[in-house]
Write a protein that binds this ligand. Sequence first.
Ligand code: FAD
Length: 383
Amino acid sequence: MEEDYADLRDAIQKLCAKYPGAYWRKLDRDMAYPKEFVEELTKSGWLSVLIPEEHGGAGLPLSAAAAILEEMQAQGCNGGACHAQMYTMGTLLRHGSEEQKAQYLPQIASGTLRLQAFGVTEPTSGTDTGALRTTAVRDGDDFVINGQKIWTSRAEHSDLMLLLARTTPLSDGMKKTHGLSVILVDMREALGKGLTIRPIRTMMNHATTEVFFDNLRVPAQNLIGEEGKGFRYILSGMNAERILIAAECVGDAKWFTRKSVEYAKQRNVFGRAIGQNQGVQFPIAKAYANMRAAELMVKEALRLYEAGGNPGAEANMAKLLAADASFEAANACIQTHGGFGFTEDYDVERKFRETRLYQVAPISTNLILSYLAEHVLGLPRSY
Ligand SMILES: Cc1cc2nc3c(=O)[nH]c(=O)nc-3n(C[C@H](O)[C@H](O)[C@H](O)COP(=O)(O)OP(=O)(O)OC[C@H]3O[C@@H](n4cnc5c(N)ncnc54)[C@H](O)[C@@H]3O)c2cc1C
């Protein structure tokens, strides 16, 4: 695996310096999309590093993408607005036809096409993906799509959506993860013709939405890979996604710890810096130690991934430990700031809300623990 990507981190730091807390605070208040930030990242090529060179990207390894996202978060920015542009194309890259790759990847690499909407979760199925109800029924040269997705983030800021829908009805004895297919939906053509997108207001500014399909026609040639194998295709991208989100959490934890230390040194109460009190130092030090442990797990997952492995256990553990570490660091940071931790001006409460998400999405802590219990420890399947 590569070293620490010092030059790349330096470039990201410089870019992020143009988007300080005040920029994110305003967006947060208005629940608005960080258009300028995302455009600059796109133009600078940072969102296409994972696309192979022959398709117009930089062809860098996953560890480079992890370094980019970690650094963005460590600088106080929010990669959640665009991280999916980096990795959603992985399904197309691994399972798409040569024609599909030639048609879409160069445009995704240049940023003229945004593929950062991922429609899997539904209101009634939740974590139980196999129970999803959105259907895609073949009719001539089209699929006709009906159903609903929820939490389809960035749908309003994406041209394409990677959709998981049921193409074969569930029948007795059939595994419910079978009969699902991945279809690329061109939302520019579909909006108003069977596709409706409604934003959902959440506790943090994440541009998430619910999406409704009402007899939406999508060309059958937009099917990715083989019909009915979509669940497997989606799973194949999960480890990379988990590692990258874990890297973001490590970045968040670094930001919180830096803020805690700076504040604890300069805030004077009882005639001395609050950071002189062990009661203030210890939670920060403990969160730091846990961040470093999580960081090592992220590196281990990256090492195995880049050696050609499929490190489900390490990717899941990295995500679990890093999400816990970032939330611990966030909590310590609020506590260190006392009342000021709750004011908008310090950015701590905003980042606190943002990093809390990663205990639930893209996979919740319980489901990671279930995975480890069953697949690593050999305990009985619990669901
Ligand atoms: C802001 C945001 C953005 C998102 N972006 C996307 C996106 O772009 N695309 C997309 O497809 N999805 C997205 N998601 C969905 C996300 O992946 C799901 O919210 C998550 O997987 C949990 O599913 P759920 O919300 O339906 O919770 P549920 O499945 O209803 O679970 C609720 C709680 O019960 C627990 N639970 C459920 N079953 C078990 C079990 N068997 N054992 C133990 N605990 C269990 C869960 O861990 C969770 O804590 C997003 C979610 C949010 C909040």
